[in-house]
Structures are given as structure tokens and as C-alpha cells.
Design a protein. Sequence first.
Length: 131
Amino acid sequence: MANIEALKKSRKNERAAFTKASNRVQELIPLEDVDICELEAELNVFKGKVDRLENTHSNILDFLPEKDYDAEFEIVEDFRDKAIRIENKARRIINGQQNVSNVLNSTNDVSVAMNSVRNVVNDKNTLVCKN
């Protein structure tokens, strides 16, 4: 029984770390000018906390008697659901900003190419007009 008590103590600490990391990611999500690198780093920290907590939850569920299992499973599922929602929101922002950046870069590349074509055409027209 000492094993389950140690796991429960660990769970308490890991849930606190989960909450702290999730709060940090959730603070960054609504920011319009969020630094994608910072959001990605905080998301990775959060995912590490989720993995550790998930492992502890699984170990505790293995030790619980059947009468306590369902109640604990519901709590575990709430943590899982919250983690999935947070990660999805953060990923949408990260992917969205990366897509905007890619569009801007490709638009810039197209503009550079168009300017190069215009310069070649203008140079050619200048040569034709001088003859």
C-alpha cells in the first residue's frame, strides 16, 4: 500500500506542475503578437508535464480497487481532455502563423521574381529602342 501512497503524492505534485504549465500556454494563446518560438517552447514543456502525469495516472489506476476506479478514471479523463484542447489551440496558432509567414515569404519571392522579369523586359526594350 505504500506504493499507492507514494504515487498519490507524486500525482499531487505533477498535477500542480501540469496546471502551472497549462496556465502558461493559455496565457500565450490569446496574444495577437505571440512569439511562436516561445509558444512552441512552452507547449513542449506542457507536453512533458502531461506525459509524466499520464504515466502516474496509469500507475495509480492499476493499483486502485474497482470501487474507486471509475471516479479516478473520470478525473484522469478530464486532465487528458484539457491537455488535448490546450495543445490543439496552441498548434492552430503555431501552424496559422507559420502559414502566414510562408505566404508572406512566397509572396515576397513572387514579387522579387516579377521585378526581375520586369527588369529584363525593360532592359530588352531599352536595347530595342536604341537600335
